[in-house]
Design a protein. Structure first.
Length: 131
């Protein structure tokens, strides 16, 4: 099991690179070259970050991507959830409907505690703090 998949790694690297560029708008070509990430994959990742409100895109000849808010306000959890969806360590997925034991399940309760702790730690890591 991976907590951070390849696309999330690319996304964190891209957001960091854009943050370091300050107010300069960076194109997918610039980012792909600098980060050594295939452009089609990077376009998909940047699109997800834009839809999540982490990046802003500008179209046209001088278009590209910039941060939609300060790097201090963007957490690793924000980026992870933009790419991978809601953060969850365990889901009861054996049945189509939720497990009828989910309210009394001892394992799920402990996993929820761990999940909440990891979520808070990821939320505490800002893009600024890893630059």
């Amino acid at each position: 099991m991976k907590l951070v998949n390849r696309d999330t790694d690319y996304a964190i690297r891209a957001v960091c690179h854009i943050a370091e560029a300050k107010s300069i708008v960076l194109t997918t070509v610039d980012l792909s070259f600098s980060l050594k990430v295939p452009r089609p994959i990077l376009r998909k990742v940047l699109g997800k970050l834009r839809r999540a409100g982490i990046l802003t895109s500008c179209k046209g000849k001088k278009g590209g991507f910039c941060l939609s808010r300060s790097a201090k306000e963007i957490s690793v959890l924000d980026v992870l959830q933009a790419i991978q969806g809601p953060f969850s360590l365990a889901e009861c997925f054996l049945l189509k409907d939720p497990c009828p034991r989910r309210k009394v399940c001892r394992l799920k309760t402990r996993l929820n505690d761990i999940e909440n702790g990891v979520r808070e730690k990821l939320r505490a890591i800002s893009i600024t703090s890893i630059l």
